[in-house]
Design a protein around this ligand. Structure first.
Ligand SMILES: [Zn+2]
Length: 404
């Protein structure tokens, strides 16, 4: 029996995806030799929920050093849409919460895609992935490359004073030791300071059967219900909860010291919606598990029935869960097209499909492409309008399996 990482209650098992490699563990050609492949790491990817505190979480967690290190391949700034989104996130925070001359801290600032909007003032990025932290420094940003803990929070406050805002985009759900992070936030935030973070929303994952959001880096899958409980244990209020149409559906949670700021009516509205949908009930997740199994069956059938060669579009972290759970490999997909320089020329983790440049996709366009980057579907449909007009078709699997 596994126990909740936060409240230690017995967990309710939801879905087992089988042995899974590190989602961002793209392999070099040298690593494809039989001897080197024997060293490829797999771990059991299992999702569970806590009936006591409602937190949805992975049962087993891969150690952080294996995921977020100097080889970390995800650079936020490669997506134009995301760059625009983070510009708006920064502008919202400034307009709604910040005093003059604020001190802003961002957890997991990646390559500086959001923090650069605060670069002219007092700021600090906390980013343990060496190569993306270096990219942020090249923008002139101040970056600490340690993991955020209560001790580091005290050190930062001692050296630079309390924070007016602590931000996190697609990072808080990555951190197993969430209680230590919330403790650090409470210590570092000034009296009127806010902690604003956004991560994939379990409500959207369930509604769209978006099981590919479940992979090693995402340790937690937040509902408002679970975040309110976690915040309360650390003396914090959730003062706003805003749905965001990015990464397949997220919620931006804004927290403040208890009683320090008024609570926006959106918080009560979303809490009521979650109660109606049963996001704190184990049976809701049993329904999701059945939908995941049906989605896998439909996707495998669609891939095997595709007339002619099929390639992948977007070697995303999410694709690792789909490829390995559905048992798809190089016999099913000739290659996966991607624009990230650090992934091109490598092979997908576990499934060993070659990743090739987008230029190859354009030079010899396939007729069929499996869309792994479905969260950027609108951007991609516009970009590939000519290919689609010439007969190119995307196979998608979120929210359901089908061609478009
Ligand atoms: Zn719990």
């Amino acid at each position: 029996m596994s126990h909740c990482r936060l409240c230690e209650s017995a967990l309710h098992p939801v879905v087992g995806f089988g042995p899974m490699p590190i989602a961002n563990g793209f392999l070099t050609p040298e690593q494809l030799t039989p001897e080197r492949l024997a060293a490829e790491r797999f771990f059991p990817l299992e999702l569970a929920m806590c009936p006591a505190c409602a937190m949805v979480q992975l049962v087993d967690v891969v150690d952080e050093a294996a995921m977020f290190n100097a080889d970390y391949a995800f650079f936020s700034s490669t997506s134009v849409g995301m760059a625009r989104h983070f510009g708006r996130f920064a502008a919202d925070v400034k307009a709604r919460w910040l005093p003059d001359d604020p001190f802003v801290v961002e957890l997991g600032c990646n390559d500086g895609i959001m923090l650069r909007h605060f670069g002219a003032g007092r700021h600090l990025g906390v980013e343990p992935s060496g190569n993306v932290a270096e990219a942020a420094r090249r923008l002139g940003l101040d970056v600490d490359d340690r993991f955020f803990t209560a001790e580091l929070a005290d050190e930062i406050r001692g050296a630079r004073g309390p924070a007016d805002a602590i931000l996190g985009a697609n990072v808080v759900c990555h951190i197993p030791y969430l209680d230590a992070v919330f403790d650090g936030v409470r210590r570092l935030l000034g009296p009127k300071g806010v902690f604003a973070f956004e991560d994939p929303y379990i409500g959207d994952i369930l509604a769209r059967t978006a099981y590919d959001q479940i992979y090693d880096e995402h340790v937690y899958y937040f509902s408002l219900t679970a975040v309110v409980g976690l915040a309360a244990r650390h003396g914090l209020d959730v003062i706003d909860a805003e749905r965001q149409p990015v990464h397949g559906g997220e919620v931006r949670f804004t927290l403040a010291h208890r009683g320090a700021r008024p609570i926006h009516p959106r918080v009560g509205a979303l809490a009521a919606e979650e109660a109606t949908r049963g996001l704190g009930e184990p049976s809701t997740y049993d329904t999701f598990a059945a939908a995941v199994a049906a989605s896998k069956e439909a996707l495998v059938e669609a891939v095997r029935e595709t007339d002619g060669p099929l390639v992948g579009y977007g070697a995303t972290s999410k694709s690792t869960t789909v490829l390995n759970y559905c048992g798809l490999g190089p016999d099913d997909l000739a290659y996966i097209s991607d624009v990230t320089p650090t992934k091109i020329g490598r092979y997908t983790p576990g499934s060993h499909i070659p990743v090739r440049s987008y230029a190859e996709f354009c030079a010899d366009p396939p007729r069929h492409a499996l869309l792994f980057a479905w969260n950027h579907a609108e951007e991609i449909m516009a970009k590939e309008a000519a290919w689609r007009a010439a007969g190119g078709r995307f196979l998608t699997y979120v929210p359901r399996v089908g061609w478009r």
